[in-house]
Design a protein around this ligand. Sequence first.
Ligand SMILES: [Zn+2]
Length: 268
Amino acid sequence: MGDFPIDLAEVYGPAVAAKRFAKGALKAWFPSNSILITTPEAKVLVDPGDSAKLAASMDPRPDPRRFRPVPLVSQLAEVGVAPSEVTHVVVTHLHFDHFAGVTAGKGGRWAAVYPKARHIIPKRDWDMPDIAEGRKKGDKDIEGTLEVIEKAGLVDLVDGRVQVAHGLAVEPYPGESPGHQVLALSAGGSRVYCIGDLFHIVQEVEHPGLAAVWTDRKTLAASQRRFASTASNEGALVLSGHMQPGFISLSRGRRSWRPAEGQPGTSI
Ligand SMILES: [Zn+2]
């Protein structure tokens, strides 16, 4: 959907960021990825963001010379998929960059973009105080997205491991948020995981303990350990919200990241 700017001092706290990253690298641009999985019986879209909506809620607004969001529906059209064909929308966690694109519209009139899709959302995130409060207070970002799909009867709140379609299941990996989940795909002996923000950047894979300020650090560390060991054993392809595709390997207790072939990798 296009890269958007992030201040690493805000993500990790000024002291940690100053120690870990070069001064000139603190203002970074992150990719924001949505993933489409097509099987014979389902078209599953993971984390439909909307970089333009996200930018509207940013202060300061991103530099327009660098910020060139590409609408997700245009990208789907390029691969011949109409929004009405999407059967499932999987939201890994309820942070705005991962669900802003569930609706579209103007002037307060919002409509579901994927009107035939079940929207699989972690119940523990739906119940988070900031989401519950936001819904009560009429927060415009929530009113224009979650409220709309809920009223349309499109939301399935899940807790725990749930099969989404043949070969596809969501599994909880909490820490980034209380209900953060990963979508696991099994196909012909291969495994692919859509991990949302279980790891935001390569440094989080390779330096356990580096975690965003909003996370539940202990819970996240346990989820990351569990995932790294599983993905490493399986040789699984890992698709994340803000990194390029790659593989995690665990060797003598050390985690490392290898970009998938043809990918530049994400380094900051
Ligand atoms: Zn994110």
